[in-house]
Design a protein around this ligand. Structure first.
Ligand SMILES: [Zn+2]
Length: 454
């Protein structure tokens, strides 16, 4: 397929080029000022529209897609742990195969509409664990989106469910080892719901499959304050070494216990994905960076849950953006993250947030052993086309300004994943959207009923 007369826009290092692109199979195979159509080749005239590499949502929970508009709990949650217990754990315990499938289906459709071509998902459904990831995979393949999936292993529901979670990760890792669009990673909820032996098993599994662990880290103070209790003996407490309960301000002094705990069980590896990192000190973030693990910043979720603000100024190069369950609109996430940072008093570089979107593309590429995010010859044909008419001069040096203050997901016209259109002229390919949304709303009302009965 030949894409003619487009303008490619690369986020990092920022670059704008007026080029023709040739896509064959899963890759970009040629790029030049002018390419002549080959015999029998399909040609798409982009008439000066922008072409960007597809966006990557580096941490999300598709299972929350049907929670939009769900009745609020009778008593509103006051702390982060109460938010988990009163909302999300009631929802995940109410999920069955049908609601997992429809959550993933509408979440993936939304993503493609917003120009997001890869979702790195973190799934939980304690009453439907085995083959839950297949239900998500089926929905994602129907939409034609790329995914890196896992089940969030936890000790919260006892031994049997923990083992089922571990098994589900392993089963999926084996089944989708060489799939064109899907990969597995070892999933874990968070240090605060994981016992030592489970952490040990997770670390061993990630080494066996050479794939890292996807886990929440220091999203809320509770995760940080819990770690020393797990890593120290009762003797240490009785001698008064740790006063975590009495003084929550000691968070920065105890965050080393959390990172050491991850290190001790081998969870800090180059392909590990640590979501949040809100309550980590500069030295802990340095250790994570040195280990080659990835951090994912989720600004909208952090603001919504009032868990605090991540110290972005200390995040290294391997830091991406995620939506943590919000719709996969990475333009919106990037903009929100930018504004939150401006307000923080620890302002990072102007193009830092768009850079983090590019980092997410690098992260996804590392799972598929192909370059993402560059549209260079040989790189993945995951791309989006946008209808943007700049009202001011647009060039490589001011691209971040256009990206943060002008370009948005409503402008996405086409989305291509792995060389195939998943959306063309704003129509999802092979999907009757209206019909799916009606079906999803029925599934959602049944799901909400189960949630309110818990
Ligand atoms: Zn999350």
């Amino acid at each position: 397929m030949l894409l003619k007369n487009g303008t490619t826009l690369i986020l990092s290092p920022s670059r704008i080029e007026r080029v023709d692109l040739r896509v064959r199979g899963r890759s970009v195979v040629a790029k030049a000022k002018t390419l002549r159509p080959m015999k029998g080749e399909e040609t798409v005239d982009l008439s000066d529209r922008l072409i960007m590499p597809g966006m990557v949502n580096a941490h999300t929970h598709l299972y929350s897609a049907l929670a939009r508009g769900m009745p609020a709990p009778k008593q509103s949650p006051e702390t982060f742990l109460e938010i988990l217990k009163k909302i999300w754990w009631k929802l995940d315990e109410s999920l069955d195969e049908e609601s997992i499938y429809y959550s993933a289906l509408v979440g993936s459709m939304d993503a493609i509409r917003n120009g997001t071509t890869t979702l790195i998902d973190h799934h939980s459904s304690p009453n439907y664990i085995m083959e839950s990831l297949d239900a998500i995979a089926d929905a994602m393949l129907r939409v034609g989106i790329r995914g890196i999936l896992c089940y969030e292993t936890t000790d919260r529901g006892g031994r049997k469910r923990r083992d089922a979670g571990l098994d589900e990760n392993e089963r999926f890792l084996n089944r989708y080892r060489n799939h064109a669009l899907l990969r597995g990673i070892v999933g874990a909820h968070a240090s605060l719901t994981l016992n030592d032996d489970t952490m040990q098993t997770l670390g061993e599994m990630s080494r066996r499959y050479d794939c890292g662990v996807h886990i929440h880290v220091a999203e809320d103070k509770a995760d940080v304050l819990d770690a020393p209790r797990r890593s120290l003996t009762a003797h240490d407490f009785s001698r008064g070494k740790i006063h975590v309960k009495r003084n929550p301000r000691t968070v920065s002094t105890v965050s080393s216990h959390l990172v050491k705990r991850l290190e001790r069980f081998g969870l800090l590896s180059p392909q590990s994905i640590l979501a949040h990192g809100v309550h980590l000190s500069q030295s802990e973030l340095k250790r994570i960076e040195a280990a080659g693990a990835w951090l994912v910043h989720n600004p909208r979720s952090n603001m919504n849950n009032a868990v605090g603000y991540a110290p972005l100024q200390w995040f290294g190069e391997q830091a991406a953006l995620g939506t943590d369950g919000f719709p996969a609109d990475m333009f919106e996430e990037c903009r929100m993250g930018f504004f939150r940072n401006q307000e923080s008093g620890h302002r990072v570089a102007f193009d830092r947030l768009p850079d983090m979107l590019h980092a997410g593309q690098r992260l996804a590429g590392s799972f598929f052993q192909q370059e993402f995010g560059t549209l260079a010859v040989g790189s993945a044909a995951d791309l989006i086309v946008l209808d943007y008419l700049p009202p001011t001069p647009l060039h490589a040096n001011n691209l971040a300004g256009h990206f943060l203050f002008g370009i948005n997901s409503r402008m996405v016209v086409h989305s291509m994943v792995n060389g195939q259109w998943a959306m063309f002229n704003r129509q999802l390919v092979g999907i009757d959207e209206e019909k799916v949304m009606k079906e999803a709303a029925l599934v959602a009302s049944k799901l909400w009923k189960r949630v309110t009965q818990r």
